[in-house]
Design a protein around this ligand. Structure first.
Ligand SMILES: NC(=O)c1ccc[n+]([C@@H]2O[C@H](COP(=O)([O-])OP(=O)(O)OC[C@H]3O[C@@H](n4cnc5c(N)ncnc54)[C@H](OP(=O)(O)O)[C@@H]3O)[C@@H](O)[C@H]2O)c1
Length: 336
């Protein structure tokens, strides 16, 4: 007998966790879907079920726990009930963004500036000396920095953040439709990765590239650093195909990097290993960058569907189909 059923249905209710010392409870209004959700949903990264996905949230504080005597106070004013905040948190299930209330440490949230919508702020959570010292110039300000994937959320913020810190030789690779915006954000030169001679175009401007395939040995310059935002996707997740991912850059392109090139895996999830970033990145740095207009949130593609689960499912499907281009998938968690 033929039957029809939705791809997902509501099954789990989770208790709202009371705030412990240093924590706040946030009523979540908006969240954003990123490749990390897809890696977790399809990439065998989750072993215990039920599991709540979601790394970012924007909403309103509904409860503030007692002070944590061991916490380092933020530079900004203390959070209060009613404050509009956004945050990046995913280390415990009570923090994950795809639920109507999250209970999170205060330092994993920051106030949303008044002129910014929650759906714009929720695209942001994540990355640098702070505040930028007056007249600060990096000794490497004129060295070429290549950002491959500059239209993606990570790449887009990297270009803006580097521009804010005074780097002025930024080479951005993205499809042509994003070039004008990337130039406005600070890219010095832009390249289209769909053009067959893109590597030669970059070499003509930057003079060398650290990967051996299309260029000659004389392009080799020891000391080049390649920052790879992991996981490296070997095969992308598709509707019926599991992705193949690796966190270890030494297992890909083996023997193809030129001598003297340093390949560094980047894991933003561990930003709290840096004591300063732990206590200030979300409460102070991100709100200040937004207030100053130093970074502009990603463009948002709003996912519309009747229920939270349908919106979550639609977002995962769009990620599987690799639809997002220069935009973040953003959707409502609660309607009030
Ligand atoms: N380890 C960590 O802490 C961490 C943190 C965040 C993200 N990540 C990972 O970093 C990756 C990027 O994340 P994201 O949030 O920036 O993704 P995203 O916004 O969904 O990336 C989409 C963009 O990728 C670009 N793209 C696709 N194929 C490309 C190619 N061959 N060359 C250049 N650009 C290409 C597309 O550019 P066009 O529109 O120009 O086609 C598109 O705009 C993901 O794998 C994610 O899991 C890791």
């Amino acid at each position: 007998m033929a039957c029809s059923y939705p791809p997902a249905h509501a099954a789990v209710v989770v208790p709202t966790e009371a705030p412990q010392p240093g924590e706040v409870v946030v009523k979540v209004q908006w969240t954003a879907s990123s490749p990390a959700d897809l890696h977790q949903a399809d990439g065998n990264l989750v072993t215990d079920y039920p599991f709540i996905l979601g790394c970012s949230f924007a909403g309103t504080i509904v409860a503030v726990g007692p002070e944590d005597p061991s916490a380092v106070a933020p530079d900004s004013k203390s959070l209060e009930v009613g404050d509009r905040v956004c945050g990046y948190a995913m280390w415990q299930q009570k923090q994950s963004g795809f639920q109507t209330y999250v209970t999170v440490p205060r330092h994993m949230t920051g106030r949303i500036p008044e002129n910014l919508s929650m759906e714009a702020a929720v695209t942001l959570p994540v990355n640098l000396p702070w505040p930028v010292p007056p007249n600060y110039t990096s000794q490497e300000a004129d060295k070429p920095i290549l950002v491959w994937g500059a239209a993606g959320s990570v790449g887009n913020y990297i270009v803006q953040v580097l521009r804010h810190w005074g780097y002025r030789n930024l080479l951005a690779v993205a499809s042509k439709k994003h070039h004008n915006e990337l130039k406005r954000f600070g890219a010095t030169e832009v390249f289209d990765y769909s053009e067959s001679n893109v590597v030669e175009q970059i070499l003509a401007v930057a003079g060398h590239i650290p990967y051996d395939a299309p260029s000659s040995q004389q392009d080799c310059r020891p000391g080049t650093r390649v920052a790879v935002v992991v996981p490296i996707v070997i095969h992308h997740a598709m509707t019926k195909v599991e992705p193949q991912l690796t966190r270890d850059p030494s297992t890909v392109l083996v023997g193809e990097w030129k001598d003297g090139v340093e390949v560094i895996p980047i894991m933003t999830f561990f930003y709290q290993d840096n004591e300063y970033f732990k206590w200030h990145l979300q409460p102070d740095v991100i709100p200040a960058l937004l207030r100053a207009g130093a970074i502009k949130p990603n463009k948002q593609r709003i996912i519309e569907a009747e229920t939270l689960l349908e919106r979550a499912q639609q977002a995962l499907n769009l990620l599987r189909e690799r639809v997002p281009s220069g935009e973040r998938l953003v959707w409502r968690i609660s309607d009030s």
